[in-house]
Design a protein around this ligand. Sequence first.
Ligand code: NAD
Length: 365
Amino acid sequence: MTQRILVTGGAGFIGSAVIRYLINHSHHQVACLDKLSYAGNMDSLDPVADSVRYGFYHVDICDACSLDRVFSDFRPTIVMHLAAESHVDRSIDGPAQFIHTNIVGTYTLLESARRYWSTLEPRYQKAFRFHHISTDEVFGDLGGTDDLFSETTSYDPSSPYSASKASSDHLVRAWYRTYGLPVIVTNCSNNYGAYHFPEKLIPHMILNALSGKPLPVYGDGSQIRDWLYVEDHARALVMVATEGKIGETYNIGGHNEKKNLEVVETICDLLQEIVPPGNYPHLKWASASEVKHYRELITFVKDRPGHDVRYAIDASKIQRELGWVPRESFESGIRKTVQWYLDNPRWWQRVLSGEYQLGRLGEQA
Ligand code: NAD
């Protein structure tokens, strides 16, 4: 059955991967709903912008009237909710925006979805799905243990970001229990891949290394994250949204636990193999001293407050019930990612210069 899928936060890193995946690998109609905060980038949707199955609404999820208009205009059968403030460091410097977008915005979207859903005929009500996309950071810290986060792990968030996402997860489940809104929740580990905003660890390290700038690693770099290639995540999300069981939670992870320092060293080694220091034509080399290997640029900086030591996901439920497994290993995915940044200077140059925010589109769908 052809679905009408409304993707909130569709101009962000994961949302744009979901939309590119839906347009390239399905017959569904897709609308992106995005406020275009600093993290929203229409350039990331260029590959699908001309598709007749794609449309865009320039809307804030905190704006109930505009949301109601989008629901009655697009008439979605599925909502995939990814719009959020997502950067942990920013949540520490300024939590207010995270509370507003992630909690109030999710509440506003839930209410708008419920108003729309309640007007549907029973068979369409039954088929409707509100898929909330969340993070493994809601579970807190596994410390030095060998444990994994499962769907029943208690919530114990550490940062304003993860606390705001945890709150939004609770709201979504409450709307299911209280009002019967058909919801599904997914909690995923750290994503990486193409079109990732350069403030995040992996693109930040790639671009700093290519310009001979220091590679700042928090603490001693021993924090462990479970890395998932973004296209594997997008495929999992579409599977859950279209085939997942209402009221259920699915954890999504890459089975790729790596220390932060290991990730940075891998990036250095790949760059060293492809383009030795000072030889990348699209970035000016800034290092004052002679650098023979990118690893020499690694510097250790004061740890982030409340920094969780280890996250790791048990993704056996989604594998067992929906047959999803990641296709990329960390080694193959990080190689593709490094190569993508080397090959696509225009995308990140427009981000670094701020040009990506000029001439933003109005409503198109
Ligand atoms: P992102 O920051 O790259 O994108 C967020 C998008 O939401 C942007 O396009 C932004 O413009 C939009 N947005 C922000 N506030 C909005 C508002 N008020 N109204 C409408 N749109 C708004 O984030 P991401 O990395 O793509 O993450 C997407 C979702 O996945 C988030 O909910 C995040 O918590 C979750 N998640 C991310 C990761 C990860 O590693 N990046 C891992 C697990 C879960």
